[in-house]
Design a protein around this ligand. Structure first.
Ligand SMILES: Cc1cc2nc3c(=O)[nH]c(=O)nc-3n(C[C@H](O)[C@H](O)[C@H](O)COP(=O)(O)OP(=O)(O)OC[C@H]3O[C@@H](n4cnc5c(N)ncnc54)[C@H](O)[C@@H]3O)c2cc1C
Length: 470
C-alpha cells in the first residue's frame, strides 16, 4: 500500500528490532512514524554494551536470520554495505550445540541418544516407528502432547521431560508447546552418518531422526535462509547506524519515554500521551503498533491486571574474555540440557563474528545463567567459570582477562501453559475492545511468536491493515 499525500501519523511503542524495521518500511511508504522507547537506546535485545578498554558484548546470542521475505530482509541488508556483513548459509548458517549426557555435543544440536543402552534405543525406535504415519495436529495444548505425538512415551518421559524440566522448572504437562519450539526438540540422533544417509531418503524418518553431523549434513534443506551479522562486533554500532537512517527518513525517536495514556474515540486510538522523563506531551495518531506486550497495554485499556500473572525466569549474563580460543569447535552457541547446571546457553561470539576477537583481551564469551530469583549473595562470575570448566570450554590453560555479570530482573518469558493462557486471555480482552487502528506485535503477540523471524513476518503482515490514503 503506498501513501503519498496527507501524511498519516503512526506511533510504534517499543524500539526493538521488530519496531525499527517496521518503522523503516512505513516511513519509506510515506507515513510519519514516531517510535516511543522506554530506555535511552533503541534495538531492544539486539544491542550491546561497551565496558572499559572498548570491550564489547552483545546481550547474549542475537543474530539476524533471514525471514526469507525480501521485503523485510532487504531493509536489514540496506543498513550496511555488502562487504561489511558476515553472511553465512547452508551448514554454516546456525552452528549450534548442546551439553547433554555430560558431553558437549559440537556435532549436533539435537539430543544424541546413541550412547544410551541398546535396550533403550530399541524402545525409542519402536515408539518413533509407530508414529511415522500419524497425522499431526496443527496445534497442541502442551509440550507433552506434542512430544508424545511425535516420539511416544519412552523418549518423551525418559529424555525430554528431564531436559525441559531443567530448562523451565515445570513438568511437561505444565509447559506450552512453545517450550519445545525454543530449543531443538523435533528430532533426535539415533544413528551414525552412514546409516542415516540411507534412512534420510524417507522424508518421514528425516522429520524425526537427525543426521548426526551438522557440518557434513547433505543438502536436504528446502530454503536458502542465511544468517547475517555485522563484521564489526557489537550490535550497538549497527543500532547507531539504524537510528541515523531512521532520523534521515523523518522518523521521530522518543527515547526515555513511555506511553502513559491512550485516548480512544469511537473504537479508534486518537491520541497517546507520552511521558518523557519530567515532561509530558501528546501525539495524535492514525495507527498504533504496540510491541511491548499485553501487560503494558492492558492497564491503558482499563483492563485490570489484578488476576493475571506472568512468570519470567530471572537472567544473569556473565560476560567474559578468555585469552585463548575456547574449546567449542565451530559452535556459535550451545544450550545446557543437563540437570545440576545453572547455565542456559553459552555464546562464542568470535565463531560467527571473527571481528569479536580482540588482540589484547582474547575471545568474548557470554554465559546466560537462569535463576528463579536473583540472589544478592551468589557469585555468578565464579559459577559461570566453574560451569565452563565442567563443560570443557575452558581449562587451566585459559586465563580470564575480563569478567562482569549483568543481572536482568525481568528475564526470559517462561513458556508455561499458565503464561500462554494469560497472554491469550489478555489478548481476548484487548481484542474485545475492537479498536480498529491498534495492532499488537512482537514477542507473544500471538501463540508461538517469539523469534525475530516470526515477530517480523507477523508485524509486516499487519501493514495491509493500515488505512489507505485518499
Ligand atoms: C533472553 C532472550 C533470549 C532470546 N534469544 C533469542 C535467540 O536466540 N534467537 C532469536 O531469534 N530470538 C531470541 N529471542 C527473542 C528476540 O529477542 C526477539 O524476537 C527480538 O528481540 C524481537 O523482539 P522485539 O523487537 O519485539 O522486542 P525487544 O527486542 O524485546 O525490544 C522491546 C523494546 O521495547 C522497550 N520497551 C519495553 N517496555 C516498554 C514500554 N512499556 N514502553 C516503551 N518501550 C518499552 C524495550 O526497552 C526494548 O527496547 C530472545 C529473547 C530473550 C528475552
Amino acid at each position: 500500500m503506498s501513501k503519498t499525500t496527507n501524511q498519516e501519523s503512526i506511533v510504534i511503542n517499543g524500539g526493538g528490532l521488530t519496531s525499527l524495521l517496521l518503522a523503516m518500511k512505513l516511513s519509506k511508504l510515506g507515513y510519519k512514524v514516531h517510535i516511543v522507547e522506554k530506555s535511552p537506546s533503541i534495538g531492544g535485545m539486539y544491542n550491546s554494551k561497551t565496558y572499559e578498554n572498548s570491550i564489547v558484548f552483545d546481550i547474549g546470542m542475537h543474530i539476524y536470520y533471514e525471514t526469507c521475505d525480501p521485503e523485510i530482509d532487504d531493509l536489514f541488508y540496506s543498513l550496511l554495505p555488502e562487504n561489511e556483513w558476515v553472511i553465512r548459509g547452508d551448514n554454516h548458517k546456525d552452528i549450534a550445540g548442546i551439553f547433554f549426557n555430560n558431553r558437549l555435543q559440537t556435532d549436533s544440536p539435537y539430543v544424541d541418544l546413541r550412547n544410551f543402552k541398546d535396550e533403550e534405543k530399541k524402545r525409542f525406535l519402536a515408539d518413533i516407528t509407530l508414529r511415522l504415519d500419524k497425522e499431526y495436529k496443527n496445534q497442541y495444548l502442551t509440550a507433552q502432547d506434542y512430544l508424545l505425538d511425535r516420539f511416544g512415551e519412552s523418549i518423551t518421559n525418559e529424555v525430554f521431560a528431564k531436559i525441559l524440566g531443567k530448562l523451565y522448572d515445570h513438568s511437561l504437562d505444565q509447559l506450552d508447546v512453545l517450550g519445545a519450539y525454543l530449543v531443538k526438540m523435533d528430532r533426535v540422533v539415533l544413528y551414525d552418518s552412514e546409516t542415516m544417509l540411507d534412512l534420510m531418503k524417507s522424508s518421514k524418518i528425516r522429520s524425526r531422526l537427525a543426521y548426526p553431523d551438522q557440518m557434513t549434513l547433505p543438502p536436504y534443506r528446502t530454503n536458502t535462509q542465511k544468517m547475517i551479522y555485522p563484521k564489526r562486533f557489537g550490535l550497538e554500532h549497527l543500532m547507531a547506524i539504524f537510528k541515523q537512517k531512521l532520523l534521515d527518513l523523518g522518523v521521530e525517536i522518543h527515547t526515555n519515554s513511555i506511553i502513559e495514556n491512550i485516548k480512544l474515540d469511537n473504537n479508534l486510538v486518537e491520541k497517546v500521551s507520552i511521558k518523557q522523563q519530567e515532561t509530558s506531551f501528546e501525539l495524535a495518531t492514525d495507527h498504533l503498533f504496540w510491541s511491548t506486550g499485553y501487560f503494558s497495554l492492558a492497564p491503558l485499556m482499563n483492563i485490570s491486571l489484578e488476576n493475571y500473572k506472568f512468570k519470567h525466569k530471572s537472567m544473569v549474563m556473565v560476560n567474559l574474555m578468555v585469552d585463548k580460543e575456547p574449546n567449542m569447535d565451530l559452535l556459535y552457541y550451545f544450550y545446557c540440557f543437563d540437570p545440576g547446571f545453572s547455565t542456559f546457553r553459552v555464546t562464542h561470539y568470535a565463531n560467527y563474528c571473527p571481528g569479536a576477537q580482540s588482540n589484547t583481551h582474547g575471545y568474548p564469551l557470554c554465559v546466560e545463567l537462569w535463576a528463579n530469583e536473583l540472589e544478592p549473595n551468589t557469585d555468578y562470575k565464579a559459577l559461570a567459570l566453574k560451569e565452563l570448566r565442567d563443560f570443557g570450554v575452558i581449562n587451566d590453560q585459559h586465563k580470564i582477562t575480563f569478567a562482569i555479570e549483568e543481572k536482568y530482573k525481568i528475564g526470559f518469558p517462561l513458556p508455561t501453559v499458565a503464561n500462554i493462557e494469560t497472554s491469550r486471555k489478555l489478548r481476548e480482552l484487548v481484542d474485545s475492545k475492537n479498536i480498529q487502528n491498534l495492532d499488537v506485535i512482537g514477542i507473544l503477540s500471538k501463540d508461538n511468536i517469539f523469534f525475530l523471524k516470526d515477530t517480523l513476518i507477523d508485524a509486516f503482515s499487519r501493514i495491509s491493515r493500515l488505512k489507505v490514503s485518499a
